[in-house]
Design a binder for this molecule. Structure first.
Ligand SMILES: [Zn+2]
Ligand SMILES: [Zn+2]
Length: 349
């Protein structure tokens, strides 16, 4: 077992700010500019979209196209990037794997191999030194929590130390040529993600104005909404909500029901952290999880096999710590082992 994480974790008590590296990592100017463009442009479009809507610049076609693109790219991230490629919750037919990877790549959340690497690192070091986007980075005082919330939501994109794909995603980098090609073509998928709504709007409305409003609503605004929902899983779903399941030491992931539908089940984040390779994140009967439902459909169609569904008795066993997390409350620090430990062992080299 390698021990590269031990110096950073040594002495961490779950409450103090993470130790600062001797040489703070800063993203290069080009990287910062690109990230800013990806993050800020959809936001500007949101303002433009609201202004347009005020003057009647939104149609039923725009809303339907925005919904379709949101669902397709969102499920590409949750079912493809996250449950299939990061955690291997199921095995997909090669064509389905490609479709999901392409759909996720159109979400403007970075190339798929970097996405997988960052997320595996998050599971390996959850809410402790080494986590790329923990809201506990600046400690558990009120000011540190607010600063950490902003960092976990957005700030980490600009200043986090780079995550090594060779270390955290060697399976995709070295043994999966299709995924590597899709990952390297990330700029093309971004272009397609904007051009397709424009083209669809033009084809349906027959006017350039219709193409432009579809571009804004089903392109930019849809991208902004999905980005912030995904980032909310990194930030809010480690601070606010319920913690009914056992997780590893320092892990403060939560279940946050208001985001369940918009995040396609990803906001059942405490359930996910307790068993990372389980295909279903929503554990209770009323915990809606559209991503798990889609994987179930794939399984019935025989497009997905080896699906890791959680047995009911194991679920009951893990339903241990009830109660709401508050902004400054103490973490549940009991170790759980299981799949979380397996992921940690596998990707902590
Ligand atoms: Zn998490
Ligand atoms: Zn995960």
């Amino acid at each position: 077992m390698p021990c590269t994480r031990k110096p950073a974790e040594a002495g961490y008590d779950g409450n103090t700010p993470f130790p600062r590296p001797s040489a703070p990592a800063r993203a290069g100017i080009v990287s910062v500019a690109l990230t800013a463009a990806i993050v800020i442009a959809p936001f500007i479009a949101l303002g433009a979209g609201i202004w347009l809507a005020w003057g009647g610049g939104i149609t039923l076609t725009d809303l339907l196209l925005a919904t379709v693109f949101y669902v397709v790219t969102g499920l590409g991230v949750t079912v493809g990037f996250h449950r299939l490629l990061t955690h291997r919750s199921f095995t997909a037919r090669p064509w389905l794997r490609v479709v999901l990877a392409v759909a996720g790549s159109m979400s403007f959340q970075g190339n798929l191999i970097d996405w997988v690497a960052v997320h595996r690192r998050h599971h390996a070091f959850t809410d402790r030194p080494g986590d790329p986007h923990s809201p506990y980075r600046y400690g558990t005082g009120l000011r540190g929590q607010l600063r950490g919330l902003a960092y976990a939501h957005l700030g980490w994109l600009f200043s986090s130390a780079p995550t090594s794909a060779a270390r955290y995603a060697p399976d995709l980098l070295h043994n999966d040529p299709a995924m590597l090609r899709i990952s390297r073509a990330f700029p093309a998928w971004c272009a397609a993600s904007l051009l397709l709504p424009f083209a669809a709007g033009w084809a349906i409305s027959g006017s350039l104005y219709g193409a432009l409003t579809a571009f804004i609503w089903a392109g930019l605004v849809r991208i902004a909404l999905l980005q912030h929902v995904t980032w909310s899983v990194n930030s809010l779903c480690h601070m606010i909500g319920e913690r009914p399941h056992k997780t590893r030491r320092h892990d403060r992931s939560t279940d946050l029901w208001p985001l369940a539908l918009l995040s396609f089940g990803e906001s059942w984040h405490n359930g996910h952290h307790s068993q990372p390779n389980c295909a279903r994140h929503g554990r209770g009967p009323r915990q809606i999880d559209p991503s798990a439902a889609l994987i179930g459909l794939f399984e019935r169609l025989t497009w997905a096999t080896n699906v890791h569904w959680q047995p009911a008795d194991v679920l009951g066993h893990h339903r241990a710590v009830a109660g709401k997390r508050t902004l400054r409350g103490p973490p549940d620090s009991r170790p759980a082992g299981g799949q979380g430990a397996a992921v940690r062992r596998r990707y902590s080299r």
